[in-house]
Write a protein that binds this ligand. Structure first.
Ligand SMILES: Nc1nc2c(ncn2[C@@H]2O[C@H](COP(=O)(O)OP(=O)(O)OP(=O)(O)O)[C@@H](O)[C@H]2O)c(=O)[nH]1
Length: 690
């Protein structure tokens, strides 16, 4: 968890250091270096995944499936003694463990305040959509809670199974141990009673044989029985045929060297031997029970009676364990030699009972052993033992593999449940996020192009959450208000624009026109002349410029007042507008009682006539003074020139020439026209007047 958190918060290189420390700790605790490659690779993987802004859990799942589990498999196969059939389990367990600590680390990161997050080397953070975020959080919580709950319940279940198993084994060991004890005690009592009976009945050999055969019939667990005298010579045997076999084979046959003989005779007690191979009557593994008998009140024993227990008869003990058929038993004597062992164990009687303690690789408190040397494929057993009064031990063994298989099944189920749950989580989250974000997306897309009519329509269906519906209503209200404001604004702008246009027109009028006469002013005439001259020059056309100066205007003012003068100026202007009515002509008030006419593209031949007509019209014009209703007329002197447009681009040059003519006209007696047509020769300096 430590290096998962470091990888996500601080990036791959800090994670590498952290994983080194963590793996060292694990190595010291497990004495296994496998943590180094697996966890260092994992830390780097998670760190680099973070740089690509991949969620830790998704990166972790990929790591364990693609690298972590294969690496674990290789490691277990190469460097451990784990039986092959448990490898898959170990690999899955490691993968599940990996997912647990990654998901816990990822949950912890969710709780870490934002300012701890390392952003220095991070590539630009992608903005994730709601569905992706929801899927991750849902998957993370599901994975961590599911894994923890399943593993905790598995743990308790397996723990309970182990306790039950241990208890069963203990019960079986106690029960079967007690049964073995009773079995031995019974047979020892039989031999002791027989010895007592021999002591009572005296030395009649025929009677002894009869007793022995009768006893043997009643206790078939004895494979053979015998009675020997103090010298170790047989006096009776059962089956009786053994007696003839022995006497025929060796007249001097004696059992003096047998422990069951010496122990019983000299120590004068009922004796139970360890397991040994019989000789004389056969060569079966047997346990001898012997007891001394006495004759005629002698202190010394007169001989012994002995019964050889057939060790295979201990199967009767095993049969008592009918309820636990999976359990096996091993009965060993005080020298650790096998007296009896259940068939599946394949332990021969008299073999050394060697076993190695095992189970270190499993987290279990059960007592476990391995019957052979701890090698890969040797079966492991859980065991319990019972010590008998004579030092013998009864082991009850149960194979460990069913419990292990149960644990494996649980882990495999956990793994499968996890995968199914993840798929389910993806599906559910998609549905949920669609339920949540669908209406928002509809609102977002529709509001983009929403107009007033569309707002009235109901866009959201009845499944949309209340909060989203309220948001929708607020947006609709806002949009309606906005549209209202927009309309009001548009109206205001239209009014303002109209006012502005009027003001502009007024300004333009003021800037271009003469307020008294309504004609263009001098400034306008000067501005326009450049364009007109340029146009005519390119088309090689002449321009006529005429300056009109009203004659003796001062007298008009004097005689009729300024109102009369102004009215006169307005009347002249009106007449000018009517007479020079071509669109391209420019008529402007040049100053005081002076007017200028700019007449482009004029006909040189009839321009004078045109001016003359105006002059005559003016003389005929009757001007009525607004005050006093007196009428008068006026004349004008006109100085004009006609020249090619290339004469000059400055109006002043043209006006200067026209002024000269005006001066001439004034001097010549006023009310006349003085016109010059400037030819190229005259344009350079001299004038030619026509
Ligand atoms: N009423 C009125 N008089 C103006 C206006 N502008 C100039 N005047 C007068 O026009 C008169 C021009 O007189 P002058 O320049 O002496 O010339 P004139 O009396 O016309 O004599 P000649 O030009 O030599 O024929 C002056 O008395 C100016 O006051 C105007 O806008 N209105």
């Amino acid at each position: 968890m430590a290096y998962v958190i470091v990888a996500v918060l601080l990036g791959p290189w800090y994670a590498l250091v952290s994983a080194l420390l963590c793996a060292t700790g694990l190595m010291l605790s497990w004495s296994s270096p496998h943590a180094y490659p697996i966890f260092i690779a994992e830390a780097l993987w998670l760190g680099f995944a973070k740089r690509r802004d991949i969620y830790a859990l998704y990166a972790g799942i990929c790591y364990w499936l693609l690298l972590g589990m294969p690496l674990t498999y290789l490691y277990i196969g190469q460097f451990t003694d784990l039986p092959r059939e448990h490898m898959l389990f170990a690999v899955i367990k490691q993968g599940v463990n990996g997912l647990i600590y990654i998901s816990l680390g990822a949950v912890a990161i969710l709780l870490v305040p934002g300012f701890w997050h390392f952003k220095g080397r991070l590539k630009e953070k992608r903005r994730r959509n709601f569905s992706t975020q929801l899927t991750y959080i849902f998957t993370l919580l599901l994975t961590s809670s599911l894994l923890i709950s399943i593993l905790v319940s598995n743990h308790f279940f397996l723990d309970k199974q182990q306790v039950l198993l241990k208890q069963n084994l203990q019960d079986s060991a106690n029960h079967l141990g007690q049964a073995t004890q009773n079995y031995l005690d019974n047979h020892q009592t039989v031999i002791a009673n027989a010895a007592h009976w021999l002591s009572q009945t005296g030395a009649d050999e025929a009677l002894r044989q009869q007793l022995l055969s009768g006893l043997h019939d009643r206790y078939p667990s004895f494979i053979t029985m015998l009675i020997a005298n103090r010298q170790g010579q047989l006096v009776a045997a059962s089956p009786e045929s053994h007696m003839q076999d022995v006497s025929m084979r060796d007249k001097q046959y004696s059992i003096q060297d047998r422990p069951y003989f010496t122990e019983a005779l000299y120590n004068r007690k009922t004796y139970l031997s360890s397991v040994f191979l019989g000789r004389g009557f056969g060569s079966d593994p047997i346990v001898a029970i012997s007891a001394p008998f006495y004759l005629g009140g002698e202190q010394q024993a007169a001989g012994i009676i002995e019964g050889s227990l057939d060790v295979s008869h201990f199967i009767s003990i095993e049969k008592q364990n009918i309820d636990h058929q999976q359990q096996s038993i091993v009965l060993i004597d005080d020298k650790h030699k096998v007296i009896y062992a259940s068939k599946p164990l394949k332990l021969a009687p008299l073999s050394e009972f060697n076993y190695a303690p095992s189970g270190k690789s499993y987290q279990t408190k059960l007592d476990m052993l391995n019957l052979e040397d701890l090698s890969r494929d040797s079966p492991e057993y859980i065991f319990s033992r019972h010590r008998l009064d004579n030092g013998w031990q009864l082991y009850v063994l149960e194979p460990f593999s069913p419990l292990l298989q149960l644990a494996q099944r649980l882990y495999l189920n956990t793994f499968l449940i996890l995968i199914v749950s993840l798929l389910f989580a993806f599906y559910v989250t998609k549905v949920v996020s669609k339920l949540l974000t669908g209406p928002l997306e509809v609102i977002a897309s529709k509001f983009n192009k929403l107009n007033k009519e569309e707002i009235q329509e109901q866009l959201l269906d009845e499944h949309s959450p209340l909060e989203v519906f309220r948001l929708y209503q607020k947006l609709v209200n806002s949009k309606q208000q906005l549209l209202r404001h927009q309309l009001e604004l548009e109206e205001k702008v239209a009014i303002r624009t109209h006012e502005l246009e009027l003001a502009n027109a007024k300004l333009k009028h003021l800037a271009e026109k003469d307020s008294l006469t309504g004609l263009y002013n001098r400034r306008y005439a000067e501005q326009r002349f450049g364009g007109i001259q340029d146009f005519c020059e390119r088309n090689d056309q002449p321009i006529a410029i005429a300056i009109l100066d009203l004659d003796l205007f001062k007298q008009v003012n004097d005689n009729y007042g300024h109102e009369g003068g102004d009215e006169c100026l307005r009347a002249v202007a009106e007449l000018l507008r009517h007479h020079f009515c071509r669109d391209i002509d420019i008529i402007a008030r040049y100053g005081g009682e002076e007017f200028i006419l700019i007449l482009p593209q004029c006909n040189v031949l009839n321009i004078e006539e045109h001016l003359e007509k105006f002059r005559v019209k003016l003389t005929q014009l009757v001007i009525t003074c607004p005050q006093g209703k007196r009428s008068f007329s006026i004349t004008t002197s006109i100085g004009a020139i006609v020249a090619s447009a290339c004469f000059s681009e400055n109006l002043e040059d043209w006006v200067r020439q026209a002024d000269i003519n005006l001066y001439r006209a004034k001097n010549a007696g006023r009310n006349r026209i003085s016109l010059s047509i400037l030819t190229p020769a005259t344009e350079t300096g001299t004038q030619e007047q026509i």
